[in-house]
Design a protein around this ligand. Sequence first.
Ligand code: N7H
Length: 477
Amino acid sequence: TLDLDNIQGDILGGGLPKKTETFYFFEVTKVDRFRSQFSEFVPLVKTAAQVNGHREEIYAHKQQKKPGLVTFAAVNVAFSQSGLSKLGIQGDLKDKAFTAGQLKDAQSLGDPGSTTDGKYTPDWEAGFKKEIHGVFVIAGDCHGSVTKELHQIKHIFGVGTAHQSIHEVTHVRGDDRLGEGHKKEHFGWLDGISNPAIDGFDEAPFPGQDSIKPGFVLAKRDGDIRGQDRPDWAIDGSFLTFRYLFQRVPEFHSFLEENPIILPGLSRKEGSELLGARLVGRWKSGAPIDVTPLHDDKELGADPQRNNLFEFKGSIEANDQSRCPFAAHIRKTYPRADLEGPPKNFNIDKNRIVRRGIQFGPEVTEQEKCEKKTHHGRGLLFACYSSSIDDGFQFIQKSWANDPGFPLDVTKTATGTPGFDAIIGQSASGSTRTVNGTNPNDPTTNITLPNELFVIPRGGEYFFAPSVRALAETFAV
Ligand code: N7H
């Protein structure tokens, strides 16, 4: 069993319950003052135990059909390497990506940028190009609750007074979409379907949902490969990867419209929907194309007993992409039987991440639809936890999504190149991005993606979310 009172609430289960979430990125300006004010802040941090209890309360509220919403706000906190260094926290967390910071990683992640005098600068928002020491993750039922919580936090750290110890670098806010888009990301796909279950926490994983040892998410717990080399205070903490990802929604939809998959019996519109499904690996409803390759199945998409019950049937050895292209987003980011099944039987638990994203920005306007052009910033505040960024987010992005050779270069038996993950795959060398096998009847079809990405990174940072005990005993003084 896990020490739920010691683990921050966003890491396990569904994470902090949220309809809206603000990420408040800060710089520590006065170290001693910050560390003493921090002891006042620690009791605000919501633990996994509290979040569990709260979910039960919301559930009971719904069951009893009580009017109104349960109001709530919850905060968690995480620090970057530069934050740990600034605070003088000792010990090497043994993660190269974390230690270097995401700004230094941007070029090799393939984030678009410009190069002057041989020096690359990513096209990120100004705030993310500055030094960020930490982030408050504040979730709530409405803006009012989150604003109130943030106000209290600012008060503790004396923001705007002579006792100020932090300075806001930037903040971003995400909101659940309402109406038709509810529970869907901005391209229109149901999100939040597949995350690993955690041994000792998720007692009854859904069919097809693999359970992993807690140490793949929590530092120094069973399964953490680098656990022994990490400082004692790191136990029960987890790395938080944050990415500020803008989505070009009208452009993505118009790409699908212009490139329908031509199959007997399919209308042009159905051919476009099929292309979308083949690029993601699921239909918009969430139904996996490995189970239902040619038609959406809304009931299947919405059914947690069945919507993860698949392992990718077509084998790499046979170069069989008829049910799902190797480069489909969910196959690239969690290749299931491609690596875990025979003949390789790899264990890829260390490459799993626990995703916690939320949407930001307005709905697509009529004008944007009509012009097929984005005028308003929108996308995903991508966040995920893992006990390693080197093996988690960074590995998935660089070695799988961005590598057109993956997964074939693992086997070296099949012909052709799977291509890029059309949703998040980026080319660090600027090469043309193609996706292979989009047509289920012809595994040799290659589709060329536009040079401009559909998902554009505009910032991010790598953080570590320590245990509650570490916050109280190591960070606060
Ligand atoms: Fe992805 N999308 O709408 O196409 N993602 N993702 N992702 N993603 C998933 O299973 C999307 C991003 C993963 O276990 C679904 O919950 C978009 C990054 C992983 O089967 C959909 C963006 C990374 C999974 C999307 C984005 C990942 C996953 C299916 C950016 C990591 C689980 C719904 C704007 C590097 C795979 C679901 C599994 C699922 C979309 C970003 C990783 C619909 C729009 C940056 C591991």
